[in-house]
Write a protein that binds this ligand. Structure first.
Ligand code: PEP
Ligand code: MN
Length: 348
């Protein structure tokens, strides 16, 4: 999209939740008087109107004051809603009394995959008592090989629910497919969209229409701009609660599973108001590297960490090499808490 092109999209008018059809009509008339066109995109909670026309003419239309208009966003950035231009204030996301964003740091910990009730409850208890702020655990797992363990599905969701009841920790779990939406939404407090699905645009729109925060992981081959455009799909449907997650990208370097793009943290912070967290586990692929990458992430300004933890990592059915042992987690958590404090953040 080229904002200087005479007949390109110049800005987006976001109507407020109370706006009526007459308010939308009024905006369209204002645009038409300026020799421009408005393209209406209705959403569940908000309607948006794209203003297409000549930049010079449109610059003179004052739409901010019209009834029903919440915001007028310039399209200097293709990710209009995720952009800092849209709202300079950091987004703080509340989840069952926990917070992430601003000065609130999220330590999200738990097994890669829910394997059994015992393994999940043992992990949940351990990470809760060490200060974790949310529990992660995969019920539906994306696996490279179709012969690998692909999760316990709905049975795992019930186990996660039990873990939440006991520990009070909000649940973060992945949604792989819109067909699982109903089951996942019932249990999840935060819906994870995995790296492989970052550009599954139908799935993104789907979670954009639900009322749960979304943890969106960067695809291993996706640019930062593509990550922001993926977030835009969710925001555009009216779901404002998106957490971005850097989890390593694919490079030529074979000594780690992926290459953690630490620079993505400050770059994203410059571009967006959304919380940015880091997953050092999938990036490292090796547990002995996880603490160092986690520290780097906190020092780079991350708003949280997503870390895989297991009571007996060597027996794990998924991602065994990268799981931190529950026994070592308290020390890890207290180191992260101290470092987060140096960065002006406290566990939320
Ligand atoms: C996970 O969090 O367990 C996972 C599968 O991560 P990713 O989508 O980043 O590979
Ligand atoms: Mn994993």
């Amino acid at each position: 999209m080229n904002a200087t092109d005479a007949t390109e999209l110049q800005f987006v008018v976001v109507m407020d939740g109370e706006a009526t059809d007459d308010h939308v009509e009024d905006v369209l008339e204002c645009l038409s008087r300026a020799g421009a066109r408005g393209r209406v995109a209705p959403g569940r909670d908000t309607t948006m109107i794209g203003a297409i026309g000549e930049q010079g003419l449109l610059a003179r239309v004052a739409l901010d004051e019209r009834p029903g208009v919440a915001r007028v966003l310039p399209v200097s950035k293709p990710y209009k809603l995720a952009s800092l231009d849209a709202s300079p204030e950091q987004t703080v996301i509340q989840v069952r009394g926990r917070r992430v964003g601003g000065d609130a740091f999220a330590l999200i910990a738990g097994p890669c995959t829910v394997e059994s009730r015992e393994q999940t409850l043992a992990t949940a208890r351990a990470v809760a008592s060490a200060g974790a702020t949310m529990l992660r655990g995969g019920a539906f797992k994306p696996r490279t090989s179709p012969y690998s363990f692909r999760g316990l599905g709905e049975t795992a969701l019930a186990i996660l629910e039990e873990a939440r009841e006991e520990t009070g920790l909000p649940i973060v779990t992945e949604l792989l497919d819109p067909r699982h939406m109903e089951a996942v939404v019932q249990i999840a407090d935060v819906i994870q969209i995995g790296a492989r699905n970052m550009q599954n645009f139908l799935l993104l729109s789907e979670v954009g229409r639900c009322d749960k925060p979304v943890l969106l992981k960067r695809g291993p081959s996706a640019s930062i701009e593509e990550l922001l455009m993926a977030a835009e799909y969710i925001l555009k449907e009216g779901n404002e609660r998106v957490i971005l997650c850097e989890r390593g990208i694919r490079t030529f370097e074979p000594s780690t599973r992926y290459t953690l793009d630490v620079a993505a943290v400050p770059v994203l912070k410059q571009e967006t108001r959304l919380p940015v967290i880091v997953d050092p586990s999938h990036a490292a692929g090796r547990r002995e590297l996880v603490p160092a990458l986690a520290r780097a992430a906190v020092a780079a300004g991350a708003d949280g960490l997503l870390v895989e933890v297991h009571p007996d990592p060597d027996t794990a059915l998924c991602d065994a090499r990268q799981l931190l042992a529950t026994a070592t987690f308290p020390e890890f958590a207290s180191e992260i808490e101290a470092l987060a404090a140096l960065m002006g953040k406290a566990f939320g």
